[in-house]
Design a binder for this molecule. Structure first.
Ligand SMILES: Nc1ncnc2c1ncn2[C@@H]1O[C@H](COP(=O)(O)OP(=O)(O)OP(=O)(O)O)[C@@H](O)[C@H]1O
Ligand SMILES: O=P(O)(O)OC[C@H]1O[C@](O)(CO)[C@@H](O)[C@@H]1O
Ligand SMILES: [Mg+2]
Length: 320
């Protein structure tokens, strides 16, 4: 059975990554497996920034945002020579397998390492909820909570001033943070890569909300990377009865204490990852599907079609 494993966090950080590190470490130690923390993602793996973890060193972190291991993006990890250096660092320390907590890019690295003889298991840690094989990623629920709190506040001031608040949320091409928060906040309009963006049509809908529906405010939640929200806010002021104001929530969405749901999800996924490594399994990633923790080959996970968001979009439209 595997005797020594590593754990790392990679890509954008996400609240709940610490809870996952703690779960991996404690479940492994309680099973007689030594655990090493690999700092700063694949960068630390290549550079040998690797230290043992103890039960105490992962204490008091279940409620902390960010990641105690640090995270990084290392595009060079796509090169086999760079990964070979990482494998040498792991072998030097007797580390036979690694739990990779990150997003889809990190999964590609984990798969490539598995193919080089280091069994890796992926755990989905990203606020974007853009890993299609899992219903939810660790960090999404906390980021959603942050977004909802912010929009609730924006609604207060928008209502006082007869304004349209255009709120840009993260998601990196995935519209889930926008759609879920739009439903939770009772937004008037949600724009994502699934809905598309027809500027003239959105302006028309805002005019209707103002003139016909007599709304005192309008909230437009829009995913990042769709349009320049500040420019769009100016057009709202020029073309509708609302004055437009844009708010880019930005990296505030990545921080903060993880919600209980994210802590529990992280703990369940961490346990499953260690169990798979104990069975000598690698190249898989952990998912939650219909509240069951399951594993899926990374190769399949990366090409799976995304579950349609149409029912939730329809729900949103029926609530406006
Ligand atoms: N094709 C690949 N082969 C090997 N390693 C990769 C590959 N793609 C990405 N990686 C490694 O994974 C790291 C993280 O990937 P990426 O920046 O895409 O973030 P992510 O894990 O998708 O997380 P998020 O999108 O939530 O920030 C990269 O910096 C790189 O080190
Ligand atoms: O932290 P960075 O490198 O600016 O990356 C921002 C990106 O990372 C994420 O926060 C997480 O993938 C995305 O939502 C966003 O597009
Ligand atoms: Mg990604």
């Amino acid at each position: 059975m595997v005797k020594r494993i590593g754990v790392l966090t990679s890509g954008g950080d996400a609240p709940g990554m610490n809870a996952a590190i703690r779960a991996v470490t404690r479940v492994a130690l309680n099973s007689g497996i030594e655990v090493f923390g690999i700092y700063d993602g694949y960068k630390g793996m290549v550079e040998g920034y690797i230290e043992p973890l103890t039960k105490a060193s992962v204490g008091e972190i279940v409620d902390r945002g960010g990641t105690i291991l640090g995270s990084a993006r290392l595009p060079e990890f796509k090169d086999v020579e760079v990964r070979a250096k990482a494998v040498t660092q792991l072998k030097k320390r007797g580390i036979e397998a690694v739990v990779v907590i990150g997003g889809d890019g990190s999964y590609r690295g984990a798969l490539a390492l598995t193919e080089m003889g280091i069994n890796c298991i992926g755990i989905p840690g990203t606020i974007d909820n853009d890993i299609v094989c899992t219903d939810f990623t660790i960090g999404f629920d906390t980021a959603l909570t942050t977004v909802v709190e912010a929009i609730d506040k924006l609604r207060d001031t928008s209502n006082s001033h007869h304004r349209c608040s255009i709120v840009e949320v993260m998601g990196n091409r995935c519209g889930d943070l926008a759609l879920w928060s739009g439903i939770a906040c009772g937004a008037e309009i949600v724009i994502t890569s699934d809905t598309g963006f027809e500027e003239s049509e959105v302006l028309e809908r805002l005019r209707d909300l103002d003139l016909i529906k007599k709304k005192r405010h309008a909230i437009v939640v829009i995913s990042e990377k769709i349009t320049d929200v500040h420019q769009f806010a100016k057009k709202v002021s020029l073309n509708t009865g609302f004055s437009g104001r844009a708010t880019i929530l930005g990296h505030v969405q990545r921080g903060g204490a993880p919600t209980p749901s994210d802590r529990i999800l992280a703990s369940r996924m961490g346990e499953k990852a260690v169990d798979l490594l104990m069975q000598g399994i690698g190249g898989q990633c952990i998912s939650i599907r219909e509240n069951q923790i399951v594993s899926v080959p990374i190769e399949e996970a990366l090409v799976m079609p995304r579950t349609s968001r149409k029912p939730l979009q329809n729900l949103f439209e029926r609530l406006v």
